[in-house]
Design a protein around this ligand. Structure first.
Ligand SMILES: [Cu+2]
Length: 378
């Protein structure tokens, strides 16, 4: 059944080489699994494909933004954990190419998130050479946020967003085949603690309402080589006590708190040979304010990211493309999954910044699409 749902993004893959996407499966409250959230308390998008048009209503909560039966009982100060999945719970979560930030927003539920009603309560971007998505995958699809302690009683939407930047070097409005991929998923919660803190709001997602712009920093964003600093899109994080204040980066959403993430090699980064470069070393980055939550042993945005430096003279690494053949015994959907993985592997790991990268991508993509055609005959 899940495989059938996956057919839709597969079609999208044909157009935009977008694949191996993700959705929210369930939530945990203070570590307790609240049961399958899909269309019970999560307004589950109809498929796991991305939203790319920031002028669309779907940027708010995906393409299925209507009330579902259950409202999760939570109290201010409790920890809420989102769990994402690709096709099935506990699988690969999202393709490793989908690097980018993870954010969480909150708004009163009435109005279904339309207008400037949102406040950001957590964000994680790029730190110590790891993207939030890297950490999300390493953490089994889970990331957490602590709700503001004094949150007023009432119904709220909690909106978690994965933003994948593997095609973010191009403005979607310039080339709709590429562009940043947003994965907004909204969960329904009901706060019963009876506090007095109102969500200040002030943020709308739609471009026309002053929200995400397709050419804004952090959205129109080349990620190869990794930027020295990555500006997470959207407003500053609300501290949960007062009105939103400008430019206070909050370094983490404590998603590594209970499960320390084991550092692992980043296979997506091309291991270019040590090349002498005239490029100046990356500057030490010091954001204006550093707020480190007490208990989290976690990454901050302040560290210098020591990464191999790439120059435009470095040859583009050859993408490892799965052989475009139908494996005997494969079902039609397994075949489409293979075609999807093939397309993911065909993504230029260094963007189009190296000579011939675009041609190589087109060639690799064509091989995947040949497999695609064969899948259609199964
Ligand atoms: Cu995708």
């Amino acid at each position: 059944m899940v495989q059938l749902i996956h057919l839709l993004p597969v079609v999208a893959a044909f157009i935009g080489a977008a694949n191996a996407h993700t959705r929210v499966h369930s939530l945990f409250v203070d570590g307790v699994d609240q049961g399958d959230g899909r269309n019970t308390y999560v307004r589950l998008p109809t498929n796991n494909g991305p939203v790319k048009d920031v002028d669309s209503d779907t940027i708010i909560c995906g393409d299925n933004n209507k009330a579902v039966p259950r409202w999760l009982d939570v109290k201010g100060g409790q920890k809420v954990t989102f769990e994402w999945f690709h096709d099935n719970r506990g699988d690969d979560i999202v393709d490793g190419s989908h690097k980018g930030p993870v954010t969480v927003y909150i708004a009163p539920a009435e109005g279904d998130g339309k207008g400037k009603v949102w406040s950001k309560i957590a964000e994680e971007g790029l730190a110590n050479g790891k993207w939030a998505v890297d950490n999300l995958i390493a953490n089994g699809g889970k990331h957490s946020v602590v709700l503001p302690a004094g949150l007023a009683s009432g119904k709220y939407l909690l909106r978690a967003e994965v933003l994948a930047l593997h095609e973010g070097d191009t403005d979607f409005k310039v080339n709709p085949d590429r562009g940043a991929q947003f994965y907004p998923n909204c969960a329904q919660i009901q706060v019963t603690s009876g506090g007095s803190v109102q969500v200040p709001g002030g943020w709308a997602f739609k471009a026309s309402e002053g929200g995400y712009q397709s050419n804004a920093p952090g959205i129109l964003q080349s990620i190869y080589p990794y930027p020295a600093t990555y500006p997470i899109p959207g407003p500053a994080v609300w501290d949960g006590t007062g009105p939103t204040t400008p430019s206070v980066p909050i370094p983490d959403e404590d998603d590594e708190e209970e499960t320390p993430v084991t550092p692992s090699p980043i296979p997506e980064v091309p291991t270019a040979p040590e090349v002498p470069t005239t490029t100046a070393p990356a500057p030490v980055v010091t954001p204006p304010t550093e707020v480190i939550p007490s208990e989290a042993p976690v990454v901050t945005t302040t560290t210098t990211v020591a990464r191999p430096t790439f120059t435009t003279s470095t040859p583009a690494p050859k993408p490892t493309v799965a052989p475009p053949v139908v494996i005997p015994g494969q079902t039609r959907n397994q075949c489409f999954d293979s075609a999807n993985r093939c397309l993911a592997a065909a993504q230029p790991k260094n963007g189009y910044s190296t000579p011939g990268a675009q041609e190589e991508h087109e060639r690799a993509k064509a091989a995947c699409m040949a497999l695609w055609k064969k899948c259609e005959t199964l």
